[in-house]
Ligand binder design. Structure first.
Ligand code: DGJ
Length: 546
């Protein structure tokens, strides 16, 4: 029986008899049967002891993602997307579904492009995160279907403090909420019926919702709500210090405008998400245009209404159907980047970075995100529709543009299941190089992992010319570690004070959860420490002391 035939047969597992299962077990097909049987559960977010995992096909999964450009989700553009995904070794593509394309006429849904994306993703062995460009896209409503754009009274723009319209949709319009909810439900219903193997693993609802150029809506409807009582659910979320009741200005004073808009936008999107989930409960998230995490400045200087760090609590109270709030990190300095990772990784919020920059320096931040327990990380704009076109027929990765991210994914993709699991179990730590910091330490109790940058042989550490170093260490046993990284040296120190002995260092990878060594490192490869450069390598390290 060929593998193909076996797979096709096993697809009908629910119908096969217990006797057939016994036969499969006896003939060594159990693991395949297991994999196939497990491939049908719905992706879900799991939380345990304040840590999170995205469960895909029954096991923790790590999104090693890339988001295409905004206008790349068209069949004519996909040939410019897949080569980049292949070069990157990404396991997930984030790609939009445009409301204007999906619902060309009221109630008529064109699923052809979604179907094409899903089919091509399967051919490329890649999972999909669909981005619903619905009512909001970067604070505006430019993706409304044409027939809705022609009825502005149905989907009105909000009104600024000066009485002028602002290019941002009103979160108070029942008609636009209803239209968005209906279309989003149609999308999720379609996925339920047509994606039984869950190529689509997660959905982003809207895109960077909120408003630029105004803190809130000042329309008459909004004014009425603003001067009415703050909803009880929000008062409850304030905890013991909450007043019994009050209007928005009474309860929140100077923050009232901002908090009111956050609540209004979050409630609207909650209703879209909840309805979609009732059709098909895939994990759903909302991405965030951030405020500066260290020196935010006053409301009005950043997008208002989205889940910025100061209103995460409002979003959590308003939108229980949204699994997580995900920061789009375009901060270029590392202190700010790391602060965002800290702010969005919480016991009540799994960290997922759905957009970030793909520069060489930012590449290391993938490891920093993993150190905060991230379920995924995904730079924006990684396709060949605009930048760095790859000439037809050219070998992959000739331009170097994608190489820094590709290196991450070449390192992590073969071990992504283990990384996701070890992170969920709280056994994994990472460090990333900071300018001027030559050594960093990770504490694992009986062992410390010590990482240095810019070393070779027995020369002293100098740091890399650019801060590109990154290391990941996970404790897999009392004296055993999984170690990987790039542009760094990893060594260990025993807490007992004994001298570190590399008892055995194996380079290899995992097959069905079991580490399979391909060679043993010794001699020059271990005498000075464990050196990682730009070759993807994973090590199983057994330590002792003498
Ligand atoms: C953030 C948005 O979410 C993306 O869709 C895209 O517009 C990027 N900014 C950068 O252009």
């Amino acid at each position: 029986m060929s593998i193909m035939n076996a797979k096709n047969k096993i697809r009908f597992l629910p119908a096969i008899t217990a006797a057939a299962l016994v036969f499969l077990a006896a003939s060594g097909w159990t693991s395949l049967a297991h994999a196939q049987a497990d491939s049908t559960p719905l992706p879900r977010l799991a939380t345990q002891d304040g840590r999170h995992a995205l469960i895909v096909d029954g096991d923790p999964f790590l999104i090693l993602g890339a988001q295409c450009h905004n206008s790349s989700a068209w069949p004519a553009m996909l040939p410019k997307v897949w080569p980049a995904i292949e070069s990157l070794h990404a396991n997930t593509l984030e790609i939009p579904v445009y409301w204007e394309q999906f619902e060309p006429d009221p109630g008529r849904y064109d699923t052809s492009i979604v179907d094409t994306i899903i089919q091509q993703a399967r051919e490329h062995d890649v999972r999909i995160v669909l981005l619903w460009f619905g009512t909001w896209k970067n604070g505006s409503s430019h993706y409304l279907p044409l027939w809705l754009k022609k009825q502005p009274e149905q989907c009105p723009r909000i009104i600024g403090k000066d009485g002028r319209r602002v290019d941002s949709p009103s979160p108070h319009s029942a008609a636009s909420l209803e239209a968005d909810r209906r279309a989003f439900c149609a999308l999720l219903r379609h996925l339920k019926a047509n994606d039984p193997v869950h190529t689509v693993i997660m959905i982003q609802v809207e895109n960077e919702p909120g408003s630029w150029n105004t803190i809130r809506d000042y329309s008459p409807e909004a004014q009425k709500l603003f001067t009415a009582a703050v909803p009880a659910a929000l008062l409850k979320a304030m905890g013991r210090n909450a007043p019994v009741s009050g209007t928005w200005p009474e309860v929140f004073g100077a923050n009232a405008d901002e908090y009111f808009h956050a609540w209004s936008v979050a409630r609207y999107i909650e209703q879209v998400a909840a309805a979609g989930k009732a059709e098909n409960p895939l994990p759903i998230y909302v991405n965030v245009a951030l405020r500066d995490p260290l020196t935010p400045g006053p409301a009005g200087t950043y997008e208002s209404g989205g889940a910025t760090d100061n209103v995460l609590w409002i979003w959590k109270a308003a939108s229980p159907s949204i699994d997580l709030l995900a920061p789009d990190i375009y901060q270029s300095d590392s202190a700010r980047y790391l602060k965002v990772l800290e702010l969005y990784s919480r016991p009540d919020n799994a960290l997922f970075v759905p957009e970030t920059m793909g520069t060489p320096e930012q590449a290391r931040m993938c490891f920093a995100a993993l150190g905060h327990g991230a379920i995924g990380w995904s730079p924006f704009g990684l396709d060949y529709s605009i930048a760095a076109p790859q000439p037809p027929g050219a070998p992959q990765r000739t331009d170097g543009w994608l190489a820094p991210i590709a290196l991450n994914y070449e390192i992590l993709r073969p071990i992504m299941r283990e990384i996701a699991r070890l992170n969920f179990e709280g056994k994994l730590q990472t460090v990333v190089e900071q300018p001027g910091e030559l050594t960093q330490t990770m504490d694992f109790g009986n062992w410390q992992a010590v990482v240095t940058y810019g070393v070779s042989w027995n020369s002293p550490a100098r740091g890399n010319p650019e801060p590109v170093g990154r290391a990941l260490v996970a404790k897999t046993g009392e004296n055993e570690f999984l170690v990987t990284g790039a542009f760094c040296r990893v060594d260990f120190k025993a807490a007992s004070g004994g001298q570190r002995d590399f008892v055995r260092v194996e380079e290899g990878g995992y097959e069905k959860g079991v580490f399979r060594p391909m060679r043993i490192w010794n001699g020059d490869e271990t005498d000075w420490g464990l050196d990682f450069r730009s070759t993807p390598q994973a090590l199983r390290v057994l330590l002792g002391t003498y």
